[in-house]
Design a protein around this ligand. Structure first.
Ligand SMILES: Cc1cc2nc3c(=O)[nH]c(=O)nc-3n(C[C@H](O)[C@H](O)[C@H](O)COP(=O)(O)OP(=O)(O)OC[C@H]3O[C@@H](n4cnc5c(N)ncnc54)[C@H](O)[C@@H]3O)c2cc1C
Length: 406
C-alpha cells in the first residue's frame, strides 16, 4: 500500500477518474489534482457533439459539481505544473506552490497538433480540443457560412456533420486516400464518406492545404496542393494531437511517443505513473507498446492505478473501445482494428446498420459497428474474455452472438 499524498497532474478523463477511484477505494491521504484549463474537470467527447450543437452550458460537461471535490477532500489546483523534483518528490506549480507527493501521476493528456503553413495563426483558423475552443466554435456556426475542415479524422468529421446540419457550406480536405484511414477499415470509411457526401459535405481526398488565404487578416479560403482554391470564412483544423510529455522529459523520465510506462502504468521511477492520452504503455494483451486516445483508455487506466495505490496491483488489461457520432450515425469500435488481414461484414450497409468484424490470422481482433449497438457490446464482452468466433459465424446473420458468449 502506498504511503503519502497523491499528486495528479491533469484533470481530464484520466486525472479526474483517478481521484474519484482513489476515494472510492478508501484512500485516505491527501489527493491534489492540478489542472491548467481554468474549469472544473469536464468531459471532452460532447465538445464535438451535443455541446457544439448548442445544447446545454458548460455545467452540462462537468464530471461533478465543485461540492464533490470538497466532500471527497480532493484538493483542486487551477494551476500549471511547471517542474518535478523527483529526488525531493515535489511538484512545482506556476503560482509558486510546491506539492509533496508519495506518488505522482502524470495525466497530462495531449494537445492539438498545429498547422505549419502560411497564415495558420489567423483568428479564423480554429481547433477543437478544449471547452474554450468548442465554445468559440459554437459561436461561429451559422447558416450560410463557409467552413473548410482540414483533416477527415473523427473530430473533423464530427464537426463537419454538425456544421452541415446547421446549414453551413462545408468542405473537408484530407491528405489520405479515404476518411478516418488510420483508424477504421475501408468498409467504414466508404460508408461515412457516402453519408457525409449525401448530406452535402464536399470531401476532397489526396490533397493538402498549402496556405490559408486572407484579406486584411480575415480568412477568405485555402489553397490546395493540386492548385485549387476553396473559399471559406472559417477553417477548422483536426490533424491530430501531440502527447504532453515535456514535463516528464524535463524530469528525466523516459519518453518516446508518450511517457513510457510498464504494464502496471509505472515509469522507471517507482513513485511516478502515467495514464491516459499521454502514456505509452507496455501491453501484455497486444504485445508491444501502445498509446491510445480514448475515454475508455483514460478511465480504465485511472482505475488500474487507483487499485494499485490502494493495495490491489494488477497489470493493465483494458479492452479498448471507442465511439464517434457523425450526423445521424453512431460508430462504435471494440478491440483494436489495426493489423487485420480479413474483414467480414455482418448486417445491412444499405440500411445503415452493419458491423465490420476484423480478423488477424483467423482470430477476431476487433469489431467496428455502425448503428449496431448489440454487435458492439458483444464484441466488448467476447474480446475482453480473449474469445473469438469464426469469420463464417460472423457473416451468418442467423448465428446467435449472445449464445456465443455463454
Ligand atoms: C473534441 C473531442 C471529442 C472526443 N470524442 C471522443 C469520443 O467520442 N470517444 C472517446 O473515447 N474519446 C473521445 N475523445 C478523446 C478523449 O476525450 C481523450 O482520449 C481523453 O480526454 C483523454 O483523457 P486524458 O485525461 O488522458 O487527457 P486530457 O483530456 O487531454 O486531459 C489532460 C488535462 O491535463 C491538463 N494539463 C496538461 N499539462 C498540464 C500541466 N503541466 N499542469 C496542469 N495541467 C496540465 C490539460 O490541459 C488537460 O486539461 C475526444 C477528444 C476530443 C478533443
Amino acid at each position: 500500500m502506498m504511503q503519502g499524498p497523491v499528486v495528479i497532474i491533469g484533470a481530464g478523463h484520466a486525472g479526474f477518474q483517478l481521484a474519484a477511484s482513489l476515494r472510492q477505494n478508501g484512500f485516505s491521504e491527501r489527493i491534489a489534482l492540478v489542472n491548467d484549463e481554468g474549469h472544473l474537470p469536464y468531459q471532452r467527447p460532447p465538445l464535438s457533439k451535443a455541446y457544439l450543437k448548442g445544447t446545454g452550458g458548460p455545467d452540462s460537461l462537468m464530471f461533478r459539481p465543485e461540492k464533490f471535490y470538497h466532500d471527497q477532500n480532493i484538493d483542486l489546483f487551477s494551476d500549471r505544473a511547471v517542474s518535478i523534483e523527483r529526488t525531493a518528490r515535489k511538484v512545482l506549480l506556476a503560482s509558486g506552490v510546491s506539492l509533496d507527493y508519495g506518488h505522482l501521476v502524470l495525466a497530462t493528456g495531449a494537445r492539438n497538433r498545429l498547422l505549419d503553413i502560411p497564415n495558420a495563426h489567423l483568428a479564423g483558423v480554429r481547433y477543437l480540443r478544449t471547452l474554450d475552443e468548442s465554445q468559440a466554435l459554437r459561436a461561429c456556426i451559422a447558416p450560410g457560412r463557409r467552413v473548410v475542415v482540414i483533416g477527415a479524422g473523427f473530430i473533423g468529421l464530427e464537426f463537419a456533420a454538425t456544421a452541415r446540419a446547421k446549414g453551413m457550406e462545408v468542405d473537408v480536405i484530407e491528405l489520405g486516400p479515404r476518411v478516418m484511414a488510420r483508424a477504421v477499415t475501408a468498409e467504414i470509411s466508404e460508408f461515412f464518406q457516402a453519408r457525409h457526401s449525401a448530406a452535402g459535405i464536399r470531401i476532397h481526398l489526396g490533397v493538402q492545404v498549402t496556405a490559408i488565404e486572407s484579406d486584411g487578416g480575415k480568412v477568405t479560403g485555402v489553397s490546395l496542393s493540386d492548385g485549387r482554391h476553396i473559399a471559406a470564412d472559417l477553417i477548422v483544423v483536426g490533424v491530430g494531437v501531440l502527447p504532453n510529455v515535456e514535463l516528464a522529459a524535463e524530469a528525466g523520465l523516459a519518453v518516446a511517443s508518450g511517457v513510457i510506462v510498464d504494464e502496471h502504468l509505472l515509469t522507471a521511477d517507482p513513485h511516478v505513473s502515467a495514464i491516459g492520452d499521454c502514456a505509452l504503455f507496455a501491453s501484455p494483451r497486444f504485445g508491444g507498446s501502445l498509446r491510445l486516445e480514448s475515454v475508455q483508455n483514460a478511465a480504465d487506466q485511472a482505475r488500474c492505478v487507483a487499485a494499485r495505490l490502494t493495495g490491489d496491483a494488477k497489470p493493465y488489461d483494458g479492452l479498448p473501445w471507442f465511439w464517434s457520432d457523425q450526423g445521424p450515425d453512431k460508430l462504435q469500435i471494440a478491440g483494436l482494428t489495426t493489423g487485420y488481414d480479413r474483414v467480414v461484414v455482418r448486417g445491412d450497409r444499405a440500411q445503415a446498420a452493419f458491423s465490420a468484424f476484423c480478423y488477424r490470422s483467423g482470430q477476431l481482433v476487433g469489431i467496428e459497428s455502425v448503428n449496431r449497438a448489440g454487435d458492439h457490446m458483444f464484441g466488448r464482452r467476447l474480446l475482453a474474455a480473449h474469445g473469438s468466433i469464426t469469420p463464417e459465424q460472423a457473416a451468418d446473420a442467423g448465428f446467435d452472438l449472445k449464445a456465443a458468449l455463454t
